[in-house]
Design a protein around this ligand. Sequence first.
Ligand code: PRX
Length: 661
Amino acid sequence: MTDTTPETHEPGLENLLTEDRRFPPSPEFAAQANAQQGLYAWANADRVSFWAEQARELLSWETPFEEVLDWSKAPFARWFADGTLNAAYNAVDRHVEAGHGDRVALHFEGEGGDSRALTYADLQREVSKAANAFTALGVGAGDRVAIYLPLIPEAVVTMLACARLGAPHSVVFGGFSAEALSTRINDAQAKLVVTADGGYRRGAASALKPAVDDALTKGTPSVEHVLVVKRTGQDVAWNDDVDVWWSDVVDQASDQHTPVAFEAEHPLFILYTSGTTGKPKGIFHTTGGYLAQAAFTHRNVFDLKPETDVYWCTADVGWITGHTYVVYGPLINGATQVIYEGTPDTPHRGRWWEIVEKYKVTILYTAPTAIRTCMKWGSEIPAKFDLSSLRVLGSVGEPINPEAWMWYRRVIGGDRTPVVDTWWQTETGAIMISPLPGVTETKPGSAQVPLPGIAADVVDDEANPVPDGGGGYLVLTEPWPSMLRGIWGDPDRYVDTYWSRFKGLYFAGDGAKKDADGDIWLLGRVDDVMNVSGHRLSTTEIESALVSHPWVAEAAVVGAADDTTGQAVVAFVILRGDAGGGDQEADAVQTELRNHVAKEIGAIAKPRQILVVAELPKTRSGKIMRRLLRDVAENRTVGDATTLADSSVMDLIAQGLSAPG
Ligand code: PRX
């Protein structure tokens, strides 16, 4: 496959600040845009009442709030705390009541080409049935529900049914292993697990239920029932005491259900994400503030016009992007959206563009990895489809290199659409730093400016803001409505992880630079977190998975730059001579250990490469110097190794790697 675009090289970060292409909004776009320049001045004048106004405007409250922000127990925030509302009512019922019941909420496209459209009225019936069925299965307000589903309408219905009942959901991405699932079920003490027999991936039915069965075998005492959606029709093992078919209980339930309002600070969901230690963190979000910022950002960052737009965010609901910009943001705003179950290259590499053409998608939100992959496949593929409906393009999940940004705008957006690079995190709940289409003059590769109502800065080691042109750590300097309310069951870890590095400031874990205009350019993580295809992985978590294999004595993992996935996992392992590992061929070691990581965590965490070494570079205090290993993994001259306990280690590693076999 030849690539017709000339600019496929990956520029170094130093190139970023010499990037001087600028794209001012077109007068036509600016004239019709939801967002106007005045939003910044309004929010700057009084940030807290700005958010209060947004929350009143964009949400329907059962009891209006008087209190806006309570920061007296910082860093534990409470927003709109004396107000009450129901999240599912806001996402579904009120649109039906307003006369939009016939508007399509979800255009579902299955990987095999099957499709289904659900209007807001359909969604109201489905969510009501699910809420009635979950109630009959013993789920009430405050109970946790684990969701392990493919991207099918039932995933959205389940999340909304939980929200309707005030039962926090914990969605676990279908690519995670049984081991990872059981840890998450147990951490949240989930009462119900909702899954499917399987889903379609890369042209084949891929089973899900066996992973739930395995997870339960490992011991998950809190689980009372497993509710199973029939998607693929594949055979499943069945335990009559626990397993229930969706078709037996949900399809049979009444489609009438009256939502009850909950306090704004009632937990809406828990979502696990990797941190710098081995144990994933259950990030938890509450209702009112989260929904307000989800709705505000979705409306303004994507310029959503619910009557005419067809919006498509390619994320899975297993990630925060799927929570905020597939489920809550778009549905709160009454949008029509596409959800697609499968992979971009099944059955052909033009699949996404075929979907854009079919549904006349106007707003597309995806990740840089996907853009770079499509770039590699070649511009002639999207060129075969009519993409003229597109009017806004968004990017999320990792830094987008200027050339990928340019390709996205030029080849997908026909040189016409604004591109918004949106920075945020599972913890922030919603977009924090992004251009506003129609307002901001965009710069390829930069997320640029904190949104109205958001306060961010770049600081040095001593927490001093860096001057324009300087680099340092990204921090958030004021609380925001959709901020995480904590780590499930571990308030101290919340304070330690985010609020201890710089006093009074939220430490995001990202490096950033300010350019001469003061605009922010994100540079990637500064901690032991990797970002592979926009998915967050912890080096320590993968290291623990590796050393749990009997062949492995020690392991060190680094994220090495990768042209397509942003970073790739590269592992260095020392094998145990006594346990059989030492006698294995290099290929056998690779395969065995990669599969082992997939089993322990999930296929997304599989190392791209596993290098067997005799020693690991350590400081005198025993800390592994990952920086040096990253140099090796990225084929660079190894940097300063003078703090190593044994300075010959790097030579040993280099010799070992160049040795044949
Ligand atoms: O490093 C940043 C990167 O993704 C991290 C958050 O990952 P996660 O919680 O999984 O959420 C991803 C989707 C919101 C951040 O700490 N990141 C996210 N968006 C960007 C980004 N890095 C650079 N530019 C972005 N637009």
